[in-house]
Design a protein around this ligand. Sequence first.
Ligand code: TXA
Ligand code: MG
Length: 356
Amino acid sequence: MNTEYNIIIDEIDEAVLRRAGEIIRKGGLVAFPTETVYGLGGDALNPTASKKIYEAKGRPSDNPLIVHISEVSALEKIADQIPESAQILADRFWPGPLTMILKKKEIVPNETTGGLNTVAVRMPNNKIALDFIKAAGGYVAAPSANTSGRPSPTKGEHVREDLFGKIDMILDGGPVGIGVESTIVDLTSDKPMILRPGYITASMIEDSLSREISIDPTISKGDNADIKPKAPGMKYKHYAPRADLYIVKGQNDSQVIEEISRLTKEHSLHGEKVGIITTIENLDRYQEGIVKCIGSREEEETIARNLFAVLREFDEDNVSVIFSEEFDTPKLGMAVMNRLLKAAAHKVIDAKGGRL
Ligand code: TXA
Ligand code: MG
């Protein structure tokens, strides 16, 4: 397939957006930027388009898609029994990095929701995305625009790497702002529940709703838990770089740096190329290995923004093993560590000795 690649960073090109909209209306696929990660869009109300999305990504079809809208009023056409909490959260956080799970209406095909009777909806905070959704008819189903299992795309080039030749068009709007996918909150039961952590934290949602909410227990317990996560996609291995990734934990930075340095030496002696992920604060404290700076602990947004790009870069460096520090920062730590732990398949080394 010929993929049209359009760079629209400095100026919104209306002709291109109109063409992108037409592609979606005719059942085709267009990748587009959002504030979180790039999405792979298709008409959410067209079952054939949803099937094509799964095919292009190589994604299991029981993993439902998020429907992207460009105005709050669009909710009513696709969601049923909308609770007051949805209105409150939409007023406060939309457009923005929050996805709400609501009861679905008939019009949303099972192909889009992976057979569930609920639908995930979000209104992204990105001008290109909003204009594109409007041009496309208002309902764009979009998973992250990566090959299934790979790190989510945070730049147009990442989408090109994974999907060029497999979709109709890529809208390259430059690097995204947030870098981790939207927070997902399920509003279909009495107590709202976070199914995926993101930029909007549990306490921000609790403040808006003036009530306590819960967090899917599988998020804190990891994949070892016997229980299934409520968001089907959260059970899959994700974000994995080609190299073996380990997270090294310890009581303080010095202990972690010492352990990573020791492991790096050991692996290097066996002729392996070793990668290290750290922040600007510790960058100069490593003497060996391919050391990548993910951002600054002082500005935790930078860590979320660079996470997926750093994981992808290591694929190009051909390292066979990567050791990462832990980035348990106050606000975004939960979202970042959720992705990093998945990328590491939950392999954690305790700097005090042994595997956790
Ligand atoms: O930030 C984002 O949300 C990005 C951008 C493109 O908007 N999209 C994204 O989509 O991350 P995706 O497909 O990579 O992740 C969607 C997640 C999956 O874990 C899926 O299982 C869950 O949302 N999900 C979708 N519909 C659901 C539903 N009805 N009930 C529970 N989980 C649902
Ligand atoms: Mg994804």
